[in-house]
Design a protein around this ligand. Structure first.
Ligand code: PMP
Length: 354
């Protein structure tokens, strides 16, 4: 017997690189290139020693209430966590206990299978169709629960709400999680179905549209019974997940809706301009409704472009995985950053053509 025999063996999720160098154009982790609302920075400036000295509110009341009011739900419908990764992990622990396989798309958020392995949940990756779309009927089979992002990542494609509703109806006795990390950039939210079905959880994050990836705030909305199960599981693990600073900054962000909507509109505008420029350079891509574009070039491999960009201090994401290894996932940065990206690609591609 070796000490190692008692260790848990897992293959962890690999997050996108966070270079120390501030001088790079960072388009690799779907962060928001703009600062959070000035009212978030004001809230931060007002933080005093109590936020450090004392334990934070374990029920995260102020933030839960602000989110509930914003989406017109009750506070009993809202659960918050340290980024939506934390919320999703809690959902896996809380709802996927049937012993049956849970289902998620084969090209999707790579963390799903990591949590499934960590929590010893069986799973099956359901292939997207040849155009990278989710096929709803593939989720209407015996299973232990369902999770998928809408818009999907890294494809950026959305599933119509009527298809989502069909999946929920066909899976009455299982929890269906719709991961809406990118929904503010496009697609139709499933929040309107929460009061209609008691097996639906919608997860959201402050990391993308609210420019707060570093503050780690995520949440989900579901019926009271599901939220109460999540709270029991959370309080069996760690009572104080959200720092007081995060709670105060989160509330300030929610309360500045004008700023939020402006920033989102700006990113969508830059995304559409970037699509046009990429098309001119010989890229094809899926019609993203997100804050990233999943694109491949018709002559040059994804890996080559990824490396060339990186050498030039432009970071994008490349997944060395079946079906998608010719694609680059390019986060939408500022107008200037995207112009620099396009200008580099233009000279690199024309250089290759000689
Ligand atoms: N879901 C999807 C689909 C994502 O791409 C991400 C970002 N990596 C997350 C959830 C988690 O984001 P966060 O923990 O920052 O809320």
């Amino acid at each position: 017997m070796m000490i190692e025999d008692n260790f848990r063996k897992v293959v962890p999720y690999v997050p996108g690189e966070q270079p120390k160098d501030n001088d790079v154009i960072k388009l690799n982790t779907n962060e928001n290139p703009y600062p959070p609302s000035p009212s978030v920075l004001d809230a931060l400036a007002k933080v005093d020693n109590n936020s450090f000295r004392k334990y934070p509110d374990p029920d995260v009341t102020d933030l839960v209430q602000a989110i509930a009011d914003y989406h017109h739900f009750k506070k009993e419908n809202v659960f918050v966590g340290v980024g939506s990764d934390d919320v999703l992990a809690m959902c896996f622990l809380s709802f996927f206990n049937s012993g049956k396989e849970i289902l998620f798309p084969d090209v999707s958020y790579a963390f799903y299978k990591v949590w499934a392995d960590l929590f010893q949940i069986k799973y099956r990756e359901v292939p997207l169709d040849e155009n990278f779309n989710i096929v709803p009927k593939d989720y209407m089979v015996d299973n232990g629960g369902i999770v998928f992002p809408n818009p999907n990542a890294p494809t950026g494609l959305t599933l119509p709400l009527s298809d989502i509703e069909d999946i929920i109806i066909e899976n009455k006795h299982k929890v269906v999680i719709v991961d809406e990390a990118y929904i503010d950039f496009g697609g139709e939210t499933a929040l309107s179905l929460i009061n209609k079905y008691d097996n639906l959880i919608v997860t959201r994050t402050f990391s993308k549209s609210r420019s707060m990836a570093g503050m780690r705030i995520g949440y989900c909305i579901g019926n009271e019974q599901l939220i109460s199960v999540l709270n029991s599981v959370k309080f069996s693990f760690n009572s104080y997940t959200m720092s007081d600073v995060a709670i105060k900054c989160g509330v300030a962000s929610i309360n500045d809706d004008t700023y939020f909507k402006n920033i989102v509109a700006k990113i969508i505008d830059t995304r559409e301009k970037t699509k046009e420029s990429l098309t001119k350079l010989g890229f094809t891509f899926l019609d993203s409704s997100s804050n990233f574009i999943f694109a491949k070039h018709n002559e040059i491999s994804g890996e080559e472009l990824f490396n060339a960009l990186k050498e030039n201090k432009i970071f994008v994401r490349h997944f060395n995985a079946p079906r998608i290894n010719d694609y680059l996932r390019i986060t939408i940065g500022t107008e200037r950053e995207m112009e620099e990206l396009i200008s580099f690609l233009d000279s690199y591609i024309s250089g290759k053509r000689g």
